[in-house]
Design a protein around this ligand. Sequence first.
Ligand code: HEC
Ligand code: HEC
Length: 402
Amino acid sequence: MKKMHKIFASMALIGLAGCGSTSETEDTPGTTTPVTDSKKIGISTAEVCQANNSTDVNWLTLTSINATNLSDYNLFYNQCDPTSSPNTRGLPYDMAVPLFTDYASKYRFVFVPTDTTATYQEDEAFDFPIGSVLTKTFTLPTDTSDRGVSKEEIIETRLLIKRENGWATLPYIWNEDKTDAVLSLIGGSTEASILHDSTEMNFDYGVPTNAECSKCHQYKPNGDPDLGFISPIGPKARYLNSDYDYGSGDENQIAKWVSEGLLSGVPVSSSDIDAVPVFKDTTDIDAIAPSQLEKFAEAWLDINCAHCHREEGGASNTNFNAEWDSPIALATCNQPISYGGGDLSYIITPGSADDSIMIQRMEALPDGTGDQMPPLGRAIVHSEGSELIKAWLNNSSATPCP
Ligand code: HEC
Ligand code: HEC
């Protein structure tokens, strides 16, 4: 097992054209962020971590500048721990089905400014007021069967900040001592080595560039690129209509957002709120009833693919729509328009995962062929996701393709 975890910002010359936010950072293309030679596990106990004992989020900094250090926003009481103790108006949340990112653990928080609320939307991401922040911290476990931040290496924290001119997308990379994270608009990469199902996996874990954020987080109303803007993806009713343990047992997340004064406009009857089935890497696929497989598959494809594969996304011009509950989604026997698919003819071949281009692309690696889907954001294959989609395809009783 490799001991070294090196983090270095990629040298690629990438335009810093952000997502419409003012930049006051010294981050320029070609700069390297600190190289980490020793992998430090867990939360730092350095003195600086507790230096700022204020529970007030620094809203002014959030809405006005891209701060160099994550701690400048004072989002967390312990600046070295972005996985717990959010400051005022912050709440942790979890996704019923998450996006796969190389088996990293993810710790997400929502912050909504005092005296304001996000507004409920039926199908799309909630409408957040200016000043809102969504944070997502990625940590790499040593062994995926034994998670928990004390056993994980903190790698990066991504921020979406709602400002006057829209959402800013900011990647922060944790320093060697794990005492703060530093803005790196050009992303970065680190050599990772994890155990998954008792198999050692070595790969380059990539932190996306600021420009790459928008590949997934763009939203084009009616498919019109001229109207495109940046949007959150996860905080949708169907993903939050699930339980989370805030410390005193499981509670419904939407109900909690309402009782904490973070969300308004929620339907009175909870049966009017959509929900996806909960699917995690630990879910026993064999235990899913065959009649339920399609719903699980739709949910996995929705969160892993549909931000691009929908009319409003970056892959709207392909023949594959992965959107949850859309009548045109998952159309079987569609032929690819952008890619021949080798010997395979159809994106989805009912009854045969092996003959479905979708699976071939989900299992492709970043090897230069361009086959890999999603095209960024992962270096290894999501076995559990593949197994789920294969189980659904192989069990499908839809009419076979011609
Ligand atoms: C490969 C596609 C992809 C890329 C690239 C990507 N994201 Fe995301 N992001 C997602 C998806 C899908 C979710 C929701 C699922 C989840 O949280 O597991 C998400 C969630 C988030 C969240 C939590 C709020 C939300 O929208 O759900 C933040 C914050 C975030 N991303 C920031 C960023 C930033 C900053 C970057 C660039 C450094 C980035 N993301 C790059 C796909 C992507
Ligand atoms: C960051 C945006 C993005 C994400 C996320 C993404 N794709 Fe794609 N996808 C594309 C683009 C762009 C193309 C067209 C170019 C190509 O074929 O490589 C494409 C093409 C495809 C095609 C061929 C469709 C056709 O009509 O030719 C399939 C199948 C596909 N993707 C499957 C997936 C699956 C499955 C996922 C989720 C596991 C996924 N994609 C996630 C951007 C994305």
